[in-house]
Write a protein that binds this ligand. Structure first.
Ligand SMILES: *[C@@H]1O[C@H](CO)[C@@H](O)[C@H](O)[C@H]1NC(C)=O
Length: 461
């Protein structure tokens, strides 16, 4: 008797399943269309914009809508913009700030910035809040670098970033180090007449300097000392969700992705729509962003997020983005390698079937990409890392120290689960690690952790 019921039951089940599939596909398609439209300024955007403007009042913050020069000047700093051309033709804006109250020699500090950020991002906070301003407040001559492909470096002597997309965006942070940082460091030495600079490397900024020193050891003689905030050489120990997802999605088809012109640039600037929403619903926007990418928002001033969002993301190449993913899959044995062109699933298959030749062979003359030798890095380095940093965790930091040979007394743990990778840039409270690095640059031996850290309290304000 059940034989007549069973097929009916499973037919119903199949129908439900079919509708479920349809709705998933429909949702996926419509979301993609709307997202594409919003990021490219299509008709949806034109419909939504007045609605958003009508529904939400804009946040009341004097820093909203400021240019990078106005941001720095409004905080009382002297600001200059310089133009530097890299050996391979990229034209980059290098930004300088200092406090004119310091009349004697101001030692130059070059700052290398994280993925997706530009010099403007680290000037978009309050005077006593960001490493850039704190260094200037202590009498340093602060030079904020930019990296090819970001908002301040989208020009080239020969290439057009729109017409020659695939060539213009053909780089990783190894190139940013070897060409962009080297040019900017040389420029600072020339402009200031100094023999050496100090270097502050944040995340990718540190990674680029490590790459530069491995590629061109002569730059060891141009750096007095370096501090690394959440810096890395590879990110093979990461347990950050976003990086894991990116790697998972991109690695099988890397070689294919790199052929699509439309994908060459990632995160050019946040779309005007996202800016609009964030300038109105700042807290919500901050919490959402943080939830998606980082472990804790304890130190992030989410009410100010609308201002930060105006200056990020500043853009990078898909190739660099994919390299982050690759660098997660690399051996964690210290043999950090350059971009692997033969890594994608399809490429492997084609290589295996002898249907194509190795692109690594074409580019590097070897089947494996070249190793970035850590033994060539010889400057004094302090490494700061945080318990709450899931992108560059303790294992990564210890590996860098071991590979380069950094003594234990130069490794500084920020013993705080709530201090995420983002908080090296945006941090409403902690600046003890910056003060500690300033002492290091000044040759003062200060114990870590600081006994009475300035502006560092545990309770919420
Ligand atoms: C957070 O940002 C808001 C908006 O810019 C500002 O008024 C407030 O003082 C900031 N809070 C802290 C602790 O910096």
């Amino acid at each position: 008797m059940s034989s007549s019921k069973e097929p009916r039951g499973s037919a119903k089940g199949r129908r439900v399943l079919r509708y479920l599939c349809y709705s998933v596909v429909a949702m996926f398609l419509s979301t993609s269309i709307v997202l594409y439209d919003i990021t490219n300024g299509g008709p949806c955007l034109e419909l939504i914009t007045p609605l958003v403007d009508y529904a939400l009042p804009i946040m009341d913050d004097p820093d909203l809508g400021k240019t990078v020069a106005d941001l720095a000047r409004s905080k009382g700093f002297h600001f200059e913009s310089h133009e530097v051309t890299s050996e391979d033709g990229y034209i980059i804006e290098l930004h300088r700030i200092f406090d004119p109250k310091f009349k004697a020699r101001r030692p130059p500090v070059v700052v290398g910035l994280p993925l997706f950020l530009s010099s403007a991002a680290i000037m978009s906070d309050f005077r006593n809040n960001t490493p850039a301003y704190i260094f200037a407040d202590h009498g340093f001559d602060v030079w904020l670098t930019n990296a090819r492909g970001n908002r301040f470096a989208r020009r080239h002597l020969r290439l057009d970033p729109e017409r020659d997309k695939l060539d213009f965006y053909d780089y990783t942070f190894v190139d940013i180090g070897e060409f962009d940082l080297s040019a900017q460091i040389d420029y600072v030495l020339e402009a200031t007449g100094e023999k050496k600079v100090f270097f502050v490397g944040m995340s990718q900024g540190a990674a680029s300097l490590f790459a530069l020193l491995s590629r061109r050891p002569s730059y060891n003689d141009k750096i007095e000392a370096m501090v690394s905030y959440g810096g890395f050489r590879s990110i093979c120990f990461t347990f950050n969700r976003a990086v894991q997802v990116i790697d998972f999605l991109t690695w099988p088809v890397t070689d294919l992705l790199l052929k699509f012109e439309a994908l060459a640039l990632v995160g050019p600037h946040s779309s005007s729509m996202v800016d609009r929403v964030c300038a109105r619903a700042s807290t919500l926007c901050g919490l959402f962003f943080n939830y998606a990418l980082f472990s804790s928002h304890h130190y992030l001033n989410v009410t100010r997020f609308g201002v930060y969002m105006e200056h990020m993301p500043a853009g990078t190449s898909l190739k660099n983005f994919v390299y982050f993913g690759q660098s997660r899959g690399m051996n964690c044995d210290g043999s950090v390698r350059e971009f692997d062109y033969d890594r994608g699933l399809f490429t492997r298959l084609l290589l295996y079937l002898n249907l194509r030749t190795s692109r690594n062979m074409d580019r590097y003359g070897s089947e494996e990409p070249p190793v970035l030798d850590p033994n060539r890095i010889r400057i004094p380095i302090k490494l700061y890392f945080s318990d709450g940093d899931d992108l560059v965790p303790i294992q990564e930091t210890m590996k860098i120290a071991e590979d380069i040979g950094i003594p234990a007394e130069n490794i500084h743990r920020i013993d705080d689960d709530r201090f995420s990778h983002l908080n090296y840039i945006f941090n409403k409270r902690r600046k003890d690690y910056v003060i500690h690095s300033i002492d290091f640059f000044k040759g003062i031996k200060t114990p870590w952790p600081l006994e009475n850290p300035p502006g560092h309290s545990d309770g919420d304000p």
